[in-house]
Design a protein around this ligand. Sequence first.
Ligand code: FES
Length: 229
Amino acid sequence: MSVNPATCTCDAVPEEELLARLDEVIADYREKPGALIPVLQIAQGIFGYLPEVALKRIAVGLDKPFSEVAGVVGFYSFFSTQPRGRHLIRVCLGTACYVRGGKQVLDALKQKLKCDVGDTTADRNFTLEVARCFGACGLAPAVMIDDDVHQRVKPARLQAILDQYAAPADVPPGHAGGGDGIAQQSLAGAGVAPGHSPLPGHAGGGDGIAQQSLAGAGVAPGHSNVGGE
Ligand code: FES
């Protein structure tokens, strides 16, 4: 389990200091072609999200219209102009996941987390989003939390999954990061952009108890070497 790297929730650093860090990044990238997206990515890492003050600073620093900067942020789902939680939950609503109960999973999550899509929980531990396909269609419905893909998710199993990502003070005894029989795959390092698998298709099967990492295994996302359903 990992903490979403783009979700620094440290509130202790003054905004001026964060902006000073951003200024250094802008200075590094100013002369480079295609600087906007990497600067935005780093800025999101610095702030935890992309506040308007940062977007304005980037627009001025890179000599671009604010509308262009805001347009790029709005186009890519990776970017967020709202503070994000410690863990990012993405519920797949691609066709395979949708017909196998993805919508019910999403509704149950909204109820459990008491927040809507795009929102962050009151304790800032989770941000809830939807996505189209993780390339794990063969084991739909799928839910991605940070870099972990949970497969064959059912509403009744959601609490066990969420317990794995509970804020440290809230971890129930005996639930600290433990497995619960829920299959997980990590796409980290496998070249999969969040929510945008380049090879949506058939992730192969599993038996609901395997925990696999595709990272470094040479397995293309969506083409797991595990046996099918
Ligand atoms: S449709 Fe959900 S993983 Fe492909």
